[in-house]
Design a protein around this ligand. Structure first.
Ligand SMILES: *[C@@H]1O[C@H](CO)[C@@H](O)[C@H](O)[C@H]1NC(C)=O
Ligand SMILES: *[C@@H]1O[C@H](CO)[C@@H](O)[C@H](O)[C@H]1NC(C)=O
Ligand SMILES: *[C@@H]1O[C@H](CO)[C@@H](O)[C@H](O)[C@H]1NC(C)=O
Ligand SMILES: *[C@@H]1O[C@H](CO)[C@@H](O)[C@H](O)[C@H]1NC(C)=O
Ligand SMILES: *[C@@H]1O[C@H](CO)[C@@H](O)[C@H](O)[C@H]1NC(C)=O
Ligand SMILES: *[C@@H]1O[C@H](CO)[C@@H](O)[C@H](O)[C@H]1NC(C)=O
Ligand SMILES: *[C@@H]1O[C@H](CO)[C@@H](O)[C@H](O)[C@H]1NC(C)=O
Length: 434
């Protein structure tokens, strides 16, 4: 029973992965193809992908005034929390560099075009490939004579940093650690460790995109995400890599520190939290996991918000309230923090040009994500904390599933494509959730 539900979660990820390889890119700037660097020294550090292959990253060199600035982005892509799902994953690009494409396209916050990414375009930019299945945080292995799995995410993180330091990272003046989804979660877990490698004089900050996974109670009153993460922490030997002040405070449930909402107050580096209040991944896997809806009463609502009944909309509003509640201390008390919590049905908004910065990109108080993050990073505004009004009031969303937008003027705006406020295409959904 339990295993089945967990497999549902990972199986969903695998399915999405398999659909994505030929996904066309988002409209507008085609972005730049950047080739892969295998981390050869990783072998000596015992840092391997699930299947034993070498880990990798993609580096696009900075230029001009950005030459000494570094932006690192953790790739996302779910997790595997039991042997069977990790064995499956080890045979895909989510668990092995052997199955990864040799180049990736840098867009959005990774774009090198000043008009598309005004604050970070000329920085050194690195995409850390995700192949450990535990947000770069595990450190153990599994072997039974016939099968071998490496749970070495923490070592991969360390090996990549050690590889980048002599390439200029050790002399960084400005640095930003970021990532989306499972990679957004990595950002919380490794933020202070990142700071410890850089010069004391450097301006170091971290930004999580769609990584604020809530310790949610699902619609069947179960803590599905907590159960899933507890399994994951145990399987992949994560506990010893969690913040020790946090695990002490949360004894006897130290694995709770894998949740950003509990780890957050122990992070000393300035932090920015970018998230949709109705994050589609969390909607489908945290609030309404398949196990919590065996009869499929949510099927229509999960794929089309305008088909949700009032009771279901209440549950979604409750989820948003819980997320804002978990962020309230940070919102009120963090002096150097920033946030952008909009009310969209989306997942990951910094890595795609359309949502990071474009004529129709999401806004709160008429500010784009790129402008809010840039203002926060460079301290151009005192307060960089934006919270959007609840569904259905936000007219600027790029929803992954159809949702109501009562304003017709938006869809007639110049440069607006029909996907904009209605929904992104299925291919794009797959691209983003993968
Ligand atoms: C940068 O992006 C703008 C807007 O899409 C485009 O017009 C311009 O050609 C791009 N510049 C370069 C150098 O690619
Ligand atoms: C080792 O583990 C794999 C994956 O769970 C399993 O398929 C295999 O049967 C196991 N082999 C032994 C000898 O237990
Ligand atoms: C950062 O993490 C590495 C392991 O990945 C560890 O060796 C190092 O001590 C950590 N640094 C700090 C300051 O915690
Ligand atoms: C809640 O989770 C437990 C443990 O996984 C499971 O046995 C139970 O059936 C679930 N209850 C509901 C209502 O989904
Ligand atoms: C979404 O649901 C609404 C209400 O049930 C329906 O009118 C609309 O056609 C649906 N949209 C799509 C794209 O399925
Ligand atoms: C802000 O911090 C103070 C002092 O630590 C604390 O008493 C208060 O509850 C915090 N505010 C929120 C909203 O958590
Ligand atoms: C929103 O900002 C744009 C510039 O980014 C400006 O042209 C427009 O007038 C603003 N709209 C409102 C309602 O303030």
């Amino acid at each position: 029973m339990k295993t089945k539900r967990l497999l549902n979660l990972t199986a969903a990820m695998v399915l999405l992965v398999s659909l994505t390889s030929s996904t066309p890119l988002v409209s507008g700037d085609p972005g730049r193809r950047v080739s892969m660097t295998l981390v050869r020294r990783a072998a000596a550090l015992g840092a391997f992908c699930l299947d034993g292959s070498l880990p990798a990253y993609h580096l696009d060199r900075g230029f001009g005034a950005g030459s000494n600035n570094w932006l690192l982005q953790f790739e996302g892509g779910g997790w595997c929390n039991d042997i069977a799902s990790c064995v499956d994953r080890s045979k895909t690009r989510r668990g092995s560099t052997r199955f990864m494409s040799n180049t990736v396209v840098f867009t959005g916050i990774l774009s090198n075009n000043a008009s598309l990414n005004p604050d970070f375009y000329n920085w050194n930019k690195v995409r850390l490939r995700y192949c450990d299945g535990a947000s770069f945080a595990g450190d153990t292995e599994f072997g039974n004579g016939t099968s071998m799995l490496y749970f070495r995410g923490q070592r991969i993180w360390n090996a990549i940093i050690l590889d980048l330091l002599p390439k200029g990272l050790s002399k960084a003046r400005n640095a930003l650690l970021t990532g989306c989804s499972a990679g957004g979660l990595s950002t919380f877990l490794h933020c202070d460790n990142f700071t410890s490698y850089l010069p004391k004089t450097a301006n170091v900050k971290c930004m999580s995109d769609a990584g604020f996974f809530l310790d949610a109670i699902d619609v069947a009153s179960n803590r599905t995400m907590r159960y899933f993460y507890t399994q994951l922490v145990s399987l992949q030997g994560i506990q010893k890599n969690l913040d020790t002040s946090c695990t002490r405070a949360f004894y006897p449930e130290p694995s709770l520190c894998f949740f950003p909402q509990y780890a957050l107050r122990f992070i000393r580096t300035p932090f920015f939290i970018l998230n949709s209040a109705y994050d589609v991944f969390q909607f489908h896997h945290g609030l309404v996991p398949p196990s919590a809806d065996p009869t499929g009463r949510w099927n229509h609502c999960k794929l089309n918000v305008t088909a949700c009944n009032p009771h279901q909309l209440d549950a979604l509003q409750g989820f948003r309230k819980d997320m804002l509640g978990a962020l309230m201390n940070f919102f009120r008390n963090s002096t150097r923090g920033g946030m952008f919590i909009n009310s969209c049905f989306d997942h990951c908004q910094s890595a795609l040009q359309e949502t990071w910065l474009s004529p129709t990109s999401p806004r709160i108080h008429n500010k784009t994500i790129a402008a809010t993050v840039g203002d926060w990073y460079f301290g151009r505004r005192k307060e960089a904390k934006e919270i959007g009004c609840p569904y259905p009031c936000d007219k600027t969303c790029h929803n992954l599933i159809p949702a109501s937008t009562t304003d017709s003027s938006v869809s007639n705006a110049p440069g607006h494509n029909s996907r904009g406020t209605l929904s992104r295409s299925q291919a794009e959904l797959n691209y983003i959730l993968s």
